[in-house]
Each structure stands twice: as structure tokens, then as C-alpha cells.
Design a protein around this ligand. Structure first.
Ligand SMILES: [Zn+2]
Length: 483
């Protein structure tokens, strides 16, 4: 029945799936799993969306001995779907999760999605998405997804963004959220900056009240920088996340619509509330991760003053031993950014070279951080030409003030360069070029952070500096300052 072949248009999916799916098994008490599909003894209500093949397989399993294999796909939206029956209430919030696996040999963007009817049209919305590396089980989850009010004919399904590769699905679950929401780290029934502070303190080894059930944002059994990142995003960009209601409170998070962007305009989501009218300077550090103490010292010097900075990482340099530096930078509110994959001079490079240098590094950063987004890019050797301008898919913060650390400037030279700029009245709004590889830079940053704080500056990320000064950035443009 499930392998029945159908050729249908996407818009007709709902009615066809309704014929071939059986409803998922349910058990509707609060806190219980509404869906728990492990494919150990059957298809657990899952079926093909179109004419692809959906079958049980013992070749791969995330849990137990079987998973669901999806093959013969002719479109990205071909996947495995299950009907959400009347046990699910539209307008209510649920925790969804699934494990996916593919062996295409390359990263594949995959999505856990919801198809539903709004009464007029069939809608397709993303519940969770992520980069799934080849030959690695990857969990896509959303602990607080609200099924749109009024939705009917609802199907949970797994698809790819573009790839037509075969894939496996296992451990598909849906639970009614428990009393406390993910993100309510301290269990006070609100998700706010106190939760963020508690998690940050916990990660820094200080005393803090942190509950695993609500602090483990991605439900991987650990509390780490990724959870802090998700929580930060949840607070800063609530529009990117679902609003949440619970069984115990009616609190809703504030929502802001994504602004209208001009072509090529950078979607700047920086939180600038902490800057509070101060002068700003964007210290930026190239050529990490460095796998030594430099990064820790720079992070600590910035954090001590409550400052942020931008770190441009070289993709091919990132490995299992140093990726925690990037996760830590992200968790401390710093801006993780792209310094290309190979660190080649892109002046004179082809469109393909420019974009693959950017994209390879972007994909690596996304997989390290467990996110899917774009990054500002620092051009290696600041190499720039018309091709870079035309084809680079992100803005290029450049060099308003050059620390000359790459030319072996001493600590006192670097300190003097920045202090002279401040005293001369031209530091505010500048992008400062530095390298986290240089010990002289590390010592200079340790001296400069308290001095800049005393002199009325906030050291901020590039995105924060542009946002707080109401300036836009555009893909392929270089920026020495925000003016
Ligand atoms: Zn560099």
C-alpha cells in the first residue's frame, strides 16, 4: 500500500496522501509522545508524497535496527510523510524531531516540514532545517513549533532543499511540550535575558540554576555553545522562531516582521540594544581558528568589558580540534565570519572560484554552528576587483584602520595606532584589521579594551556597528567604515 506509485502535482499532494497514509498512532495525554516512529515493526503511518519509494530498511538505523528509506526521488519535495490526525490541535505548540541520514558524498540541506490546508490553499512551511553531512545521522528538531491556527489536512514530512539523493529517516517524534518551555532555563515561566545569563554563567563554569530539559535547546543531551546560540537567537530574532504557548502560561513572544530588503542587501539581525549610544569600533580578527591560547585571551579581554568583535575564519583550517573556538565565539555574542576556504587572493578569480571559496567556508561554519545562514566575508589580502564586486554573495568588511600586525607591528605600535585614531577623532565607526594569529595583537587587545571602555567606546561586531549607525551593507561591496 505504501509503495503504491503515484504521479501527481505538488498541489494535489494532500488529497492523494490522505488516501494512502494511515494516521500516526497517538496517545494524547500531556507530556506524552503523540508520534514515536522508529520503523521497527512497520511504516508507522508514513508514506510517499508522490512516486518515490518509501520502505523499511535495516541498512541504517539511528535507533533500533530499522529506519525508513526514501529512494527513487524525482523532486526535492519527494520524501516521507505522515498524517497528523485530530490528536494534534492547530494553533498549539509541539516538539518535533527526526533523525536523517544520507550518503551522497556531499552535504545536503534537509528539512522537516509541515503541509497543511489553510482552507483555500495548500501551504508548506519549515519546522526545522539543517545541513546534513554525508554518512552522519543528523537530528532536525524544533522544541516549540506552533501548528498554524486553522490548519487542516496536516502532514509532517521530510524533504531535501535541492538534492535528489536517497535518504533514511528514523526516530521521528512529536511530543506535547511539558510544563516549561525550551529556553526557560531557570524555570520561572518566562524566556528572557535571565535565562541567557544563567546559561552563559553555566558554560563559563560559574554557579547557575540551569535545567537540562529547557536549556538543552537542540535536545542532544548536552548543554553547550549551540544551545546558547539558539537561545540568543530566540530572544533576539523571535520572528525567526515560532511563538510559543504552553499548557501553563499564555505568554507570547514579541514578533517583528522581516524588513523589506533591497536586492543584495545584507539582512542585518544584530542586537544593538546593549551599545547604548556609545561610539563604536569594529575590531576584526582574521586567520583563525588558531588552536592556541590567542583566541581565548582575545575572547576574555573583550568579554571582560562586555564587548563583541568579528572573527573571520579560514574554512580549510577548521578541524575537530579547533571548531570549539568558533562555537565559543558565537556563544559569547561575537560575529562569526568567513575568510574563504583556501585564503587565496580572489583578485582576478572567476565567478566560480569566488563563489566556491565563499560557499565552502560558509558550509563549514554552518555545520560547526548547527545553523543555516550567510556570513560577512573578509577578502584574503583584501584582493578585490569587479568580479568580486559582482559575484561575492556577502558584504566585504575591509580595512578602515590597519593594525599592521601582519607586518609584525609591535604591541605598543598597535595600541598607538588605535589610540591615535581615537584621539584624532577618526576611530568611531571604523573597521579595524587585526589577526588572531599574532601574539602582539593579543597583548594589544588586552590593553586596548579597558582603555576604549574608559574613553566611551563600545567594541562591537561589524554587523552591530552598521546596525546601530543605521547603515546598510550590500553583497560584493567593501566597507572600511560604516560612514
Ligand atoms: Zn587572512
Amino acid at each position: 500500500m505504501v509503495n503504491k506509485k503515484r504521479t501527481i502535482a505538488r498541489g494535489l499532494c494532500a488529497s492523494v496522501i490522505a488516501l494512502i497514509c494511515t494516521a500516526a498512532t497517538i496517545s494524547a495525554s500531556a507530556g506524552q509522545k503523540l508520534l514515536n516512529a522508529g520503523f521497527e515493526s512497520g511504516l508507522d503511518g508514513f508514506a510517499a508524497r508522490a512516486n518515490e519509494t518509501v520502505s523499511r530498511s535495516s541498512a541504517k538505523a539511528y535507533e533500533g535496527s530499522y529506519s525508513l528509506m526514501v529512494s527513487d526521488r524525482s523532486a526535492a519535495w519527494n520524501g516521507a510523510a505522515v498524517l497528523l490526525d485530530n490528536s494534534w490541535k492547530s494553533g498549539e505548540t509541539y516538539a518535533f524531531s527526526c533523525a536523517v541520514y544520507q550518503a551522497s558524498g556531499a552535504d545536503v540541506n534537509m528539512k522537516l516540514s509541515l503541509q497543511y490546508s489553510d482552507g483555500t490553499d495548500t501551504q508548506y512551511v519549515q519546522i526545522s532545517a539543517g545541513v546534513v553531512p554525508s554518512d552522519t545521522w543528523t537530528v532536525l528538531s524544533n522544541p516549540t513549533y506552533e501548528i498554524p491556527a486553522g490548519a487542516s489536512s496536516r502532514y509532517l514530512y521530510i524533504e531535501t532543499e535541492e538534492s535528489l539523493c536517497d535518504f533514511y529517516v528514523d526516530a521521528v517524534t512529536c511530543e506535547i511540550p511539558t510544563q516549561y518551555r525550551k529556553g526557560d532555563v531557570n524555570h520561572d515561566e518566562a524566556i528572557d535575558s535571565q535565562d541567557l545569563r544563567a546559561m552563559l554563567a553555566f558554560l563559563q563554569g560559574q554557579d547557575a540554576v540551569v535545567n537540562l530539559d529547557t536549556a538543552d535547546m537542540n535536545s542532544d543531551g548536552r548543554i553547550n555553545a549551540i544551545d546558547l546560540t539558539i537561545l540568543r537567537r530566540h530572544l533576539i530574532y523571535p520572528q525567526r522562531y515560532t511563538t510559543t504557548t504552553t499548557t501553563t502560561t499564555t505568554t507570547t513572544t514579541a514578533t517583528t516582521a522581516k524588513p523589506e530588503l533591497k536586492p543584495g542587501q545584507w539582512y542585518n539581525t544584530a542586537d544593538v540594544s546593549w551599545i547604548q549610544g556609545r561610539k563604536t569600533v569594529a575590531l576584526s580578527f582574521d586567520d583563525g581558528p588558531v588552536n592556541n591560547d590567542n583566541a581565548n585571551r582575545i575572547h576574555a579581554a573583550l568579554t571582560k568589558e562586555g564587548f563583541h568583535a568579528t572573527f573571520f575564519y579560514i574554512g580549510k583550517q577548521i578541524n575537530g580540534g579547533n571548531q570549539s573556538e568558533i562555537q565559543k565565539a558565537e556563544s559569547l555574542g561575537f560575529e562569526v565570519a568567513n575568510h574563504t576556504w583556501n585564503h587565496d587572493d580572489l583578485k582576478g578569480a572567476s565567478q566560480y572560484k569566488i563563489q566556491s571559496e565563499y560557499n565552502q567556508c560558509k558550509d563549514k561554519l554552518n555545520s560547526v554552528l548547527g545553523v543555516n545562514r550567510d556570513y560577512l566575508v573578509r577578502l584574503p589580502f583584501l584582493g578585490y576587483d569587479n568580479n568580486v564586486k559582482q559575484f561575492m554573495p556577502a558584504p566585504c568588511p575591509n580595512c578602515g584602520i590597519d593594525s599592521k600586525d601582519w607586518a609584525r607591528a609591535s604591541t605598543s605600535d598597535i595600541v598607538k595606532t588605535i589610540q591615535d585614531a581615537a584621539r584624532g577623532g577618526y576611530l568611531n565607526g571604523q573597521v579595524v584589521l587585526m589577526h588572531e594569529t599574532e601574539p602582539a595583537t593579543v597583548a594589544a587587545v588586552e590593553q586596548l579594551c579597558p582603555w576604549l571602555a574608559q574613553n566611551g567606546y563600545a567594541v562591537v561586531t561589524v554587523s552591530e556597528m552598521f546596525k546601530v549607525n543605521n547603515k546598510d551593507m550590500y553583497n560584493g561591496n567593501t566597507y572600511n567604515s560604516c560612514w
